[in-house]
Design a protein around this ligand. Structure first.
Ligand SMILES: N[C@@H](CCC(=O)N[C@@H](CS)C(=O)NCC(=O)O)C(=O)O
Length: 211
């Protein structure tokens, strides 16, 4: 059986969990906290990051967008990406922006674990701007209602919902209502889809010694 090494708040791992559920693939969920010093993710991924999917042959596959591509090849139905190449690129673009926002937020979040006098405000500002510009790009791209690309549920919808709900959990002070009302409406319409409902992000406590 496939195994997925995952963490409860991770938007990257959530994309994979949603895809596995949408494709009705049975898998073992292994929940870890990848930031803990004693957590052993690196034997499966030299980069030490989750998500990692372990195949039936024991081969580890990592990087969420790559795992989604792998799933599409090995479990093509139901497709989470259009067979039309242009539409497929369009959907992947949502994922590029979404992953970029989440990666910038992880850097900001980790910086904020430092003692106040050790935090770099210019670094925090730099990450904030990436998140803010990314969210505004996503707000412009995403429809109020329906699906992001081609009238079908795709990895674009998965990426958008995972990103917005992750930020809503970890970045409460972000002005979602003012800055991205369309994204909120989109998430509201889709959040009760079973694969989203069953993978809602949950916080994990991070040790300050990570920095
Ligand atoms: N680009 C990667 C990002 C994965 C990622 O940043 N995972 C975080 C958790 S959300 C992690 O495991 N971080 C641990 C570390 O960097 O040491 C992907 O899409 O899979």
């Amino acid at each position: 059986m496939l195994k997925l090494i995952s963490a409860t708040p991770s938007p990257f791992a959530r994309k994979v969990r949603v895809a596995l559920m949408e494709k009705d693939i049975t898998f073992d969920l292994i929940t870890v906290n990848p930031w803990n010093a004693n957590e052993r993710v690196h034997p499966h991924n030299p980069l030490g990051k989750i998500p990692v999917l372990i195949t039936d042959h024991g081969t580890p596959i990592y990087e969420s967008s790559y795992i989604l591509d792998w799933l599409e090849v090995h479990f093509p139905e139901p497709a989470l990406i259009s067979k039309d190449k242009e539409k497929a690129l369009e959907a992947k673009y949502f994922q590029v922006v979404s992953d970029g926002i989440c990666e910038a937020f992880v850097l900001l979040f980790i910086e904020r674990l430092r003692a106040v006098n050790k935090r770099s405000h210019s670094w925090e500002h730099r990450q904030f701007e990436k998140i803010d510009r990314g969210m505004s790009a996503l707000e412009a791209m995403t429809p109020k209602s329906g699906f992001c690309v081609g009238g079908i549920f795709t990895l674009a919808d998965i990426a958008v919902v995972s990103t917005v709900e992750y930020l809503a959990l970890r970045f409460e002070e972000y002005e979602f209502n003012e800055k991205c009302p369309k994204l909120l409406q989109f998430v509201d319409e889709h959040k009760n889809r079973p694969s989203f409902k069953n993978t809602r992000p949950q916080p994990q406590k991070l040790n300050k010694d990570v920095v």
